[in-house]
Write a protein that binds this ligand. Structure first.
Ligand code: MN
Length: 251
């Protein structure tokens, strides 16, 4: 199995090494990652600047490259430089934070898996659902779960334009309850933009915000990880709201 591994936290991210460490047990791995932290860049791609690709010190001994761009750029560069004849799987992560509910629209981790699907390749995004600042990420739990469930996850039947978003609760592996197939939940932010002043009294604005998450959302990724389950969500590239479309077509 030919595998391309990427992320949005950059080539030096701890989670990337955990993901490569698992993938190399199951196939031939090549790594293409951003040269810096690129979280929350969504499905952006670099079009008005060249992309510089550099060979990097091998991640877990695997052929590795950096790109001075975004996760989507990394997938497309990887399919050009590493696997010009295509590959079987694109893995993205392990992200150092959750990608639950509407997070997927901002996530570079998820965007890389989506770009794989657009290229007709199985894409899997995997994230550690840690909720408290400074709490341990427990990447080892994500790695162990992935190793244990590799054949299940990589053989799930789905349309070619569907990819998989996996969130692992940031707890020790012994405490993981199992996994559930679930839909995206609601996860919204409050106090989205904070106004501050620089040392010269000029205002600046910093975006981030406090997550408001009601865990009582049965059948969702939000509920599953809050109950200690790994949440697996299939996501389609076709974002059409079929129900609303049908309602209007029948008018
Ligand atoms: Mn990230």
């Amino acid at each position: 199995m030919k595998i391309l591994v990427t992320n949005d936290d950059g080539i030096h991210a701890e989670g990337l090494r955990h993901l490569v460490g698992v993938a190399m047990q199951f196939g031939e791995v090549k790594v293409v990652a951003p040269d810096a932290q690129k979280s929350a860049c969504g499905h952006g791609m670099t079009m008005r600047n060249p992309l510089r690709v550099h060979e990097a010190p091998p991640c877990c001994g695997m052929e590795s490259y950096t790109v001075d761009g975004l996760p989507v750029d990394c997938v497309n560069v990887g399919l050009t430089v590493c696997w010009p004849d295509g590959c079987d799987l694109v893995l993205s992560g392990i992200n150092d934070g959750p990608n639950l509910g509407f997070d997927v629209t901002y996530s570079g981790t998820v965007a890389a898996a989506m770009e794989a699907a657009i290229n007709g390749i199985r894409g899997v995004a995997i994230s550690m659902a840690v909720f408290a600042d400074g709490a341990p990420f427990h990447f080892e739990t994500g790695a162990e779960w992935l190793a244990e469930n590799w054949s299940m996850l990589t053989s799930l039947e789905s349309p070619p334009t569907t990819f998989w978003n996996v969130n692992v609760p940031a707890i020790s592996y012994d405490h993981v309850e199992g996994h559930r197939f679930v839909r995206m939940g609601d996860r919204v932010y409050e106090d989205r933009v904070v106004r501050r002043e620089d040392p010269w009294g000029r205002p600046y604005y910093w975006q981030g915000g406090v997550v408001v998450m009601n865990p009582d959302q049965p059948g969702t990724d939000v509920e599953a990880v809050n109950r200690g389950f790994v949440a697996i969500t299939p996501i389609g590239v076709d974002w059409t709201d079929v129900e609303t479309l049908r309602a209007h077509q029948s008018l």
